[in-house]
Design a protein. Sequence first.
Length: 334
Amino acid sequence: MINDNGHFVISLDYELHWGFFDLKSVEEYQENLENTRKVIERLLDLSDKYNVKLTFATVGFLFAKNKDELIEYMPEQTPDYAKTELDPYAILEDVGYNEKDDPYHFGHSILKRIIENNNHEVGTHTFSHYYCTESGQNKNHFKEDITAALDIAENLNTNIESIVFPRNMFNPEYLDVCYKLGIKSYRGTEDSFLYQLENSPESPYYSWQIFRVLRMLDSYLNLTGKHTYDLKKINNKDKIINLPQSRFLRPYNKNLKLLEPFKIRRIKKAMQHAAKHNELFHLWWHPHNFGMHMNKNFENLEDIFKEYKRLNEKHQFKSETMTSMANKVIASLI
Ligand SMILES: [Zn+2]
């Protein structure tokens, strides 16, 4: 039963430069991108040590061994974003041929390491880091994109069953597309207005900036609550299971280092609440977030994992992948 104990889900958006090529150049974020492989190796080791399961929501492009393979799986119809700077296909001719000569846009070898570890899940972050609420794209484009993501994953014998929508841009109409393609769960946003702004592209720029600052503050101080979820309550309508995010694990910030203990404390408090009340706590971040100040970030994560271990022993708080969590929810609905 899903309400007999609390659950701990971690999802990581594995995307390399495809996640933000419109915002930052490789040079501006080189250290983070270059260290992403090392970060994933350390994530696997630390998770093994504490028996924590991870879900890597992976951009489909990163399944490709090289550019030829990427192009082979490219959908016939690609989105025609009004904001042309969002189009990843437009920069394809500028990227290298494979992981060896362009480690910022290819990631096949580390993906193989994740799969071989066998303790974790590889889900999708769409094939092309697809923006579901941007104008210039439609449901058909989305369907072709997700189909490509599922097809290319078969090369690594991976059956995709969970999705994280890029930038949490969320179009309710597309959920049925995912469900029909065999995807069982998605990561929804926190149940708070502060976290749902990206769903309204019309929002003025200034409000976006204010909300960003408030969201940052919320990482350290409890402004919006714990965001833990009673799974029985949130999934009675949707066919695809919503496993909403509880908290973004913000990377170590040198300028705010005095506040770091508050950030971790806030996470632990929410974990304790979930463990005691048999709820879900869903933590997420990007592996590249740990690429700078790596040791500090891993110290924080180990602190969180130690708390998990304690709660696991005391309250049977349980670590799950998105799909193992979704399967439990589905079993309880039958
Ligand atoms: Zn992303």
